[in-house]
Design a protein around this ligand. Structure first.
Ligand SMILES: Cc1cc2nc3c(=O)[nH]c(=O)nc-3n(C[C@H](O)[C@H](O)[C@H](O)COP(=O)(O)OP(=O)(O)OC[C@H]3O[C@@H](n4cnc5c(N)ncnc54)[C@H](O)[C@@H]3O)c2cc1C
Length: 503
């Protein structure tokens, strides 16, 4: 097939690329888009853009939460989503996944082909090309760790100092001279060193060459549940007790050895305006799942209002993974605009923070229906990996917290941003408005990027944004940047910067 050339704005394929972004808050108007079907196509597209002096970005699944792809400064978008092949590569003894395969495509191919899994993220539409480089956690993270922990090798189109594209394969083999590039792509986030075209997955401790054993077995069954509280039943004290109970449970069950490591949960503290607080979760414990869920919900309800309207279902791994919690991920026609402000917690919220949460969730001077505070299970096997084994430095968190705002009408943007920014700033007021890594916080997760962390008005902690995301790994990432992207072709608001000449 001929290499697809520049697709101009009047071509329907242009619109399909520009409009596929999940977060409608941002938009781009590139001069043209390129639809790549192979690594050679990507190299040609990158080479052309650099030669033409046009700012270029790549998109895979379009699920960026910030405007890194949908940026008015961007002149060329390379879309790799037609590159979707998933196969076993007998040379690397690993499963190779092209960067355009989504999380759902990959789960399906792994499960149907060999009954195995990589613990990718929660939403089937996410592209693996932008996802794995940010560490990537999902429903199975407490048992299996991050998806990046399984990254064995990666193929990347980089740009040399002279401007020519180069196709590089970097592996985790200690003897590989390109190993540092592999390391950078286990946690620096998408859009940094080049265009990822293929990723190979294999468990770090796998032996043998059988595709059915080089990766973890997929769960035999999934038990999902949902339960809720009505805000009308919860006064401030009952709310505080519920959130405290949840924190205590999360601390108690955080270890990889916990009998509850096979239970993953998400507590969604919606605005009182919406009327409900919802908890969802999933267990892979088979016959033991109901008991785990009973114990969890009993712990949450201790000394406060018990959760009501419990629903439960059992299904196969694949059935769940391809359509998880349909009520949670359902999108209105035209999609939503959103702002997500993430933090990784090492301990439960303090009583002061719970009070702040109550204030922001119940305040009537804010009309922000889509606002919420979410807390998802973290820890377990993620924390069994030493911090510098990959560039995903946070190996000591127990919860991933997010203050979220979502709206449909662009006119509602300003009030939603005011609310969500003030909420997050007040939650982390004890450390300059952001979760500075230390006793209580592990930092933040780069797959949920928040450009506010680089804004001195919103981050008054004195800790730069890159410390919050990469902790001690940043200088190493900077050296990788200088080596592999010396012209800073691949950049965005939170991309790795090469060290300054005097550093
Ligand atoms: C609804 C939703 C649910 C999510 N759930 C999770 C979750 O459970 N776990 C989790 O870890 N994250 C989650 N995320 C975040 C997601 O992992 C990141 O946004 C990820 O970067 C998306 O990748 P993408 O290819 O879909 O996005 P895109 O918007 O296409 O790209 C995102 C970034 O990666 C870069 N990029 C894309 N493709 C490539 C490539 N081939 N090579 C190099 N850089 C590339 C882009 O240039 C951009 O900077 C979620 C996001 C959404 C919107």
């Amino acid at each position: 097939m001929a290499i697809p050339d520049r697709v101009p704005p009047d071509d329907p394929r242009y619109r399909a690329v520009v409009d596929k972004r999940f977060n409608k808050r941002f938009s781009a108007t590139p001069d043209y888009v390129r639809l790549a079907r192979s690594t050679d196509d990507v190299a040609a597209a990158v080479g052309d853009a650099v030669r033409e002096g046009r700012r270029v970005v790549v998109t895979s699944g379009g699920h960026c939460l910030e405007g890194f792809v949908s940026d008015p400064e961007v002149k060329v978008i390379i879309d790799v989503s037609a590159m979707k092949r998933v196969a076993f590569d007998a040379e690397q003894d690993a499963v190779v996944v092209e960067a355009g395969a989504t999380v759902g495509d990959t789960f399906r191919a792994l499960a149907e082909g060999w009954g195995v899994v990589v613990p990718l993220g929660e939403y089937p539409g996410i592209g693996t090309g932008g996802h794995v480089a940010g560490g990537a956690f999902g429903f199975l993270c407490r048992q299996l760790g991050l998806a990046a922990d399984y990254l064995h090798a990666v193929e990347v189109v980089t740009v040399k100092a002279a401007g020519d594209p180069e196709v590089v394969v970097a592996t985790r083999a200690p003897s590989d001279p390109n190993r540092e590039l592999w390391w950078g792509l286990t946690g620096a986030g998408g859009g940094n060193f080049g265009v990822v075209t293929r990723q190979w997955f294999r468990s770090p401790d796998a032996a043998g060459r059988d595709p059915a054993t080089v990766l973890p077995r997929a769960p035999r069954s999934m038990t999902t549940f949902r339960a809720e509280w009505s805000w009308a039943e919860l006064d401030r004290a009952a709310f505080a007790r519920l959130v405290r109970n949840h924190g205590a449970w999360s601390e108690k069950t955080a270890a990889a050895e916990s009998p509850y490591a096979s239970l993953w949960t998400l507590l969604a503290l919606h605005r009182a305006q919406l009327g409900k607080i919802v908890v969802r979760g999933v267990s892979t414990a088979g016959d033991g799942a109901v008991r785990q869920i009973d114990d969890f919900l009993a712990a949450l309800g201790e000394g406060t209002v018990a959760a009501g309207n419990r629903e439960q279902a059992q299904m196969s791994w694949l059935q769940f993974a391809l359509d998880p919690f349909p009520d949670m991920f359902a999108m209105p026609p035209g999609g939503v605009s959103t702002k997500v402000k993430d933090a990784l917690l090492r301990r439960r919220l303090t009583d002061r923070q719970i009070d702040v949460a109550h204030d922001y969730l119940t305040s009537t001077d804010h009309d922000v229906m889509g606002g919420m505070l979410g807390m998802a299970s973290y820890g377990g096997a993620i924390n069994s990996v030493v911090p510098d084994a990959t560039a995903s430095a946070q190996r000591d968190a127990i919860l991933d917290l997010a203050c979220n705002a979502g709206w449909l009408d662009p006119r509602d943007e300003a009030k939603n941003l005011v609310w969500v920014r003030a909420f997050y700033r007040d939650l982390f007021a004890d450390s300059g408005g952001v979760p500075v890594p230390g006793d209580r916080y592990a930092g933040a997760f780069i797959n949920h990027p928040d450009a506010d962390l680089a804004d001195p008005a919103l981050n008054t902690s004195g800790a730069p944004w890159h410390t919050v995301y990469f902790r001690d790994g940043y200088p190493r990432l900077q050296r990788i940047k200088a080596r592999w992207d010396p012209r800073d072709v691949f950049r965005h608001a939170l991309s790795i910067r090469a060290p300054a000449a005097d550093e």
